[in-house]
Design a protein. Sequence first.
Length: 73
Amino acid sequence: METLLSQLNFNRTTETDIVGYSKAFPGKFVLFVARNTDSNKWIASITVGTIEISIPGTVDGEWVSYFVIENLS
């Protein structure tokens, strides 16, 4: 997943217990994808202005790829 996120030009933002990646979709929103350092389950949220919306459940590479393709066009 981390290789895919790098290939899709996500920016890595890592803290002590969290591995995170974000990608800004200009004029729209920011997608943030993260996992705990001791887990392989990824979660996501979208920030629009000052509102953050959590994506229910876990996400995978297929979900992220489809999301990016759909929102870059």
